[in-house]
Design a protein around this ligand. Structure first.
Ligand SMILES: [Zn+2]
Length: 141
C-alpha cells in the first residue's frame, strides 16, 4: 500500500496538469515500513525525452541520483517515480515496463483535457514483463 500526504499529492497533480499536454515525471520520497509506504515529498524532475513528450518521458540518471541523495539527507527513502499520461488511462505501458525498476513504486496520473482524472500505482516484477497494481491512497487537502 502506498499513501501520499496531502501536500505531495497536490504538488504531483499540479505538476501533471501544468505540463499537459506533455508528460511530467518526478520522484517520491518518504518512509517504508514493510509493505506500507508513505510519500512525504514529491520532487519535480525534468522530462528529458528528446522529441515529443506527449506520450513519453525519460529521467536523467543524475536526476535520479540527486533524488536518492536528497532522500538520504532527509533520512527518507526514494519510494518511487510518478509520471503522467495526458489524455490516456493510468495504465502501465510496455515502454513504462521496459524503463522500470522492480524496487520502486510507479504512480501514473491520468490527465484528461488538462485536468486530473485518476491514478494508479504499479509494482513491476523483476523481469520487467508485468506490473501489478498496488493499493494507492492520497490524503485530501
Ligand atoms: Zn507511462
Amino acid at each position: 500500500m502506498i499513501e501520499i500526504d496531502a501536500q505531495s499529492w497536490r504538488e504531483m497533480v499540479e505538476h501533471a496538469e501544468a505540463t499537459y499536454p506533455n508528460e511530467c515525471c518526478g520522484a517520491m520520497l518518504g518512509s517504508i515500513d514493510g509493505d506500507e509506504k508513505k510519500v512525504l515529498v514529491a520532487m519535480h524532475l525534468d522530462n528529458a525525452a528528446a522529441g515529443s513528450q506527449r506520450a513519453y518521458y525519460e529521467l536523467r540518471p543524475e536526476d535520479l541520483l540527486r533524488a536518492d541523495r536528497e532522500a538520504r539527507e532527509r533520512k527518507m527513502d526514494l519510494i518511487g517515480i510518478y509520471h503522467s499520461h495526458p489524455d490516456c488511462d493510468a495504465y502501465f505501458s510496455q515502454t513504462d515496463l521496459k524503463n522500470s525498476c522492480p524496487w520502486y513504486s510507479f504512480i501514473v496520473l491520468s490527465i484528461q483535457k488538462g485536468r486530473f482524472d485518476h491514478a494508479n500505482s504499479w509494482l513491476p516484477n523483476a523481469e520487467q514483463t508485468a506490473a501489478e497494481k498496488e493499493e494507492l491512497k492520497w490524503q485530501k487537502s
